[in-house]
Design a protein around this ligand. Sequence first.
Ligand code: AP5
Length: 216
Amino acid sequence: MNRIVLVGPPGAGKGTISELLKYDYNLPTISTGDILRKNVALATDLGKQAKAFMDKGELVSDHLILDLIADRLEEEDAQKGYLLDGFPRNVAQADALDEMLTKKGAKIDYVIYLNVPDEELIRRITSRRVCSVCGATYNTITKPTTKDGVCDVCGGDVIQRADDTEETVRNRIEVYNKETHPLVAYYQQKGILSEIAADAPLEEVYERTQAVLGVE
Ligand code: AP5
């Protein structure tokens, strides 16, 4: 049980659940969204190419994503397994991942599908805040910072993500339904997908996830 994919619409809780799993299962989290945001902040070539797509809530080109994933999966900490958050994002990316792993005699062990209704997604995302320094995630409704706008973990500025406006979120959900949701059937056919009703308090969603993976 080493390679785990988290699939779900924007705001389903992929990042939040993977942060919990990371400690309990001692696996690195690989979030393509986080890697892209770091590149945007540093104004790298990748960041410059990705920014316009991200701001509109569209997917970044497959070739850019596949290059960054191929490099990341070669890193030492990824050799005993990982949690993939936000990748793969369409069937072409899933096929490419399959091919990369098959060459190494490896495979994805679990795919966790976090299912949440659209209106709850919009509520969660428009109230999400993130630390601009360490990336800790907050929520003005369910998990506010102790001091307004200041990260509890590192004292950095807590901000709203550029793509977390209601208009962009609605587009991200449309893009998810068209491009990413087909992965549910894709991984169901492979017999490795577990669907979790994730419209519930975080503790319950996490318990349901652990029930699928087995408690370490
Ligand atoms: P990415 O960063 O992957 O964004 P996303 O998939 O839209 O997912 P989010 O990070 O918005 O949501 P999440 O499911 O992680 O929710 P979270 O745990 O934070 O991608 C951003 C962009 O990058 C894409 O639009 C695209 O442009 C590009 N990109 C990334 N990967 C790509 C790829 N592979 N190919 C092409 N392009 C790519 O939770 C949300 C909020 O809800 C938080 O405030 C949290 O505290 C709260 N919350 C969580 N769980 C609960 C709960 N159970 N109850 C109440 N509140 C909860």
